[in-house]
Design a protein. Structure first.
Length: 677
């Protein structure tokens, strides 16, 4: 039931103060009745106070337009004031006001763009981009020459060759064409509007219907000059069009949400699931989650969380209950972000749904449980590892997201600098020896191992892996999973693998003395062995192996090299900006004059962190005659470090500083990761 609309008089002006969402039928009827009562009482100067309004729908916007017409006809007006940020953006995109007008009580007019979307083209795009300072005259001239020979649009040429970002282009187009450019989000589109056009059409045309107001359809697009696409939409709907500019990535992202077929409350979930399927382990067939979604809001909520986590590149989903609320957080680029808060009474239902998907016991709520599930969403196959742990307010669930489409199985794409990549390839080219990849948990060691194995795989070689668990399945590789429960740990399985005539062995992790000794013996007897260790740097791996009990003279003969690595967050490309470093910092690291650093200002694309995506920083120590002679003497870690400095090896910090100078990450991020490691 709609909340009553507060009504007050200040002088001759009648203030109406609705509350909550003006997107449902009852709330719109209450607004319409309140304005009608003002007309019947001859109160023709009406001000809508929107401070308590969380959302506007197309019907509410129509009521506001109709009311303005009636009140104006009777010598009055309808104005509005105090809109929230979301409501203000809705008014702007629908043409009912602009940012200047909305700072005061005023009323706009819905202008239909239709075919006349090139409004006031008095400035050329190149001129606007020059004034914005995002492109140089030389790059602009190059683009003009390409434009003459290819007939492509200037903006697309500049974006494709990296001269400007999509954000720069859309900002300039907004100024040139007087079309709003906004950041799409939940609430800035209405399901009833998106349903006017089929999913296939909007995916093909890369547009998003946002609102329908009378005979005008508000449409988000990246290309306001796409006449055939706009004509097609007008032909399908029969409506005039008002265009809004938005990023292609955002449009595709919210297409998925808008066409989920469910209209859940925004309190439950910000983004809803679409093409997600659960692969039933027992029958190995596909169950269409979309068909089940209508039966339970909780099913739709869980599907939506998984779909959004995959889309946003989350590595883990944390679902935990507090005293009064249930919270969902995503780990993105190594940092947790809260994405959803729901009522506490929904938490047990969410946990039960996940247990059903993972084939676990939903009645057991005291003991920890582990399981796995596989889903397909957006055409991608994703494995989810389930882990539950009982707490004082209920069970906490963590889902590890293993997106096979995001796996890096190519050493060329590990992000190594040219020197380190050449050294790694040299190590992988050896016929025998031990290669160790080291770093803390979550530093990308397993990814490096998989990429290395993928580089080595050949029909002429027998490659065997021992993993816990097997994360990614590779062709023509014999992959095996350890099972402590049945007495099959790493060491025992490694003994059996050596009887399988292997050429190359990958051991997921060296955890104990027995495994370490067998791995070293395998390397000495003509096998190439790759494995990981949890140490902070490369020389730490050498000390750890001897601490485990491996004889120094054996390790010196077996070792091929050590790769130490970390993952640092990259600067968000959507909001990056450059600046001159402080003189004392430039002097400390001997940077050349004019060196510039990059940082992100924070935007919706990066959860306001300034970072998006991650890249690796590395240090590689190759086993040389000098290092072998030193290791045979059982040196201390300090002696090993002194040797690497004397030999001129680049450290993790050196590599990180170089990446910061390249504009790919920040000094602060490198310091954070190295210090944390």
């Amino acid at each position: 039931m709609a909340e009553p609309i507060a009504n007050s008089m200040i002088g001759i002006m009648n203030y109406l103060s609705p509350a909550g969402s003006l997107a449902d039928e009852a709330a719109c009827k209450a607004l319409e009745d309140a304005i009608l009562n003002c007309l019947l009482a001859h109160k023709v100067y009406v001000v809508l106070d929107l401070e308590r309004v969380s959302l506007l729908g197309g019907r509410a916007l129509e009521i506001m337009l109709e009311a303005n017409t009636k009140l104006t006809h009777n010598g009055g007006y309808l104005k509005y004031t105090n809109p929230t940020t979301l409501v203000k953006d809705i008014l702007v995109v629908t043409g009912l006001g602009d940012h200047t007008a909305l700072n005061t009580a005023s009323f706009g007019e819905l202008h239909s763009v239709g075919e006349d979307f090139t409004v006031r083209p008095n400035l050329k795009l190149g001129q606007i981009l020059l004034e914005m300072g995002v492109v140089t005259e030389s790059r602009l001239e190059e683009a003009m020459h390409l434009q003459a020979s290819t007939n492509k649009r200037m903006g697309k040429i500049l974006v494709s060759n990296g001269s400007i970002s999509e954000n720069d282009l859309l900002t300039a187009l907004s100024q040139q064409l007087r079309i709003p450019y906004i950041s799409l989000r939940t609430g800035l589109y209405e399901i009833s509007a998106t349903n006017l056009i089929s999913r296939d059409v909007i995916r093909r045309l890369e547009v998003l219907p946002m609102f329908k107001v009378h005979d005008t359809l508000i449409l988000a697009t990246t290309d306001p000059h796409a006449i055939p696409a706009l004509d097609e939409i007008q032909g399908i709907t029969g409506f005039k069009l008002r265009l809004v500019l938005a990023k292609r990535e955002d449009i595709l992202k919210y297409q998925l949400d808008a066409y989920s077929g469910n209209d859940l409350s925004t309190e439950l979930v910000e983004n809803m699931a679409t093409d997600i399927e659960l692969v039933e382990q027992a029958q190995s067939d596909y169950t269409h989650i979309d068909e089940m979604a209508g039966s339970s809001p909780v099913i739709t909520l869980v599907n939506g969380l998984i779909q959004r986590a995959v889309r946003d590149g989350a590595s883990d989903i944390h679902i935990e209950s507090g005293r009064n609320r249930s919270f969902v957080r995503f780990r993105i680029d190594g940092v947790l972000y809260e994405v959803l808060s729901t009522r506490a009474d929904l938490h047990p239902a969410i946990v039960s749904r996940l247990k059903v998907m993972a084939n676990l016991d939903i009645a057991e709520r005291r003991l920890p449980q582990d399981g796995r599930m596989q889903v397909t969403t957006q055409g991608r196959s994703v494995d989810l590892r389930f882990s539950s742990l009982s707490g004082i307010y209920g069970e906490k669930v963590v889902l590890r997201v293993l997106d096979k489409n995001n796996s890096i199985l190519d050493v060329e794409k590990l992000g190594m600098n040219t020197s380190n990549l050449a050294t790694l390839k040299k190590l992988l080219g050896r016929s025998y020896g031990l290669i160790l990849v080291t770093g803390p948990t979550g530093s990308g060691k397993t990814t490096t191992l998989y990429a290395s194995i993928n580089q080595l795989k050949s029909i002429e070689k027998n490659i065997v892996t021992i993993e816990d668990p097997v994360e990614y399945q590779l062709d023509i590789i014999n992959q095996n999973q350890v099972n402590e429960a049945i007495g099959l740990p790493f060491a025992k399985m490694l003994k059996h693998v050596l009887r399988q005539d292997p050429d190359i062995i990958m051991v997921g992790e060296i955890r104990d003395r027995e495994t370490a000794e067998i791995a070293v013996q395998a390397a000495l007897t003509g096998h190439l062995v790759l494995s990981t260790l949890h140490t902070n740097d490369a020389v730490g791996a050498l000390s750890r192996m001897t601490d485990m009990g491996v004889e120094p003279y054996l390790l010196s003969s077996a070792l091929a090299g050590v790769v130490a690595q970390r993952l640092v967050r990259g600067v968000c490309p959507a909001c990056k900006t450059t600046y001159l470093p402080p003189p004392e910092l430039a002097h400390k690291y001997h940077w050349p004059d004019g060196a510039r650093l990059t940082k992100g200002k924070g935007c919706p694309a990066c959860y306001d962190s300034g970072y998006r995506g991650r890249l690796g920083i590395h240090e590689i120590i190759e086993s040389t005659d000098g290092l072998q002679q030193l290791m045979a003497k059982n040196p201390s870690k300090a002696e090993l470090q002194a040797f690497t400095v004397a030999e001129g090896y680049k450290t993790l910090f050196d590599d990180g500083i170089q990446r910061a100078l390249e504009g790919r990450t920040t000094i602060e991020e490198v310091a954070r990761v190295i210090h944390a490691g």
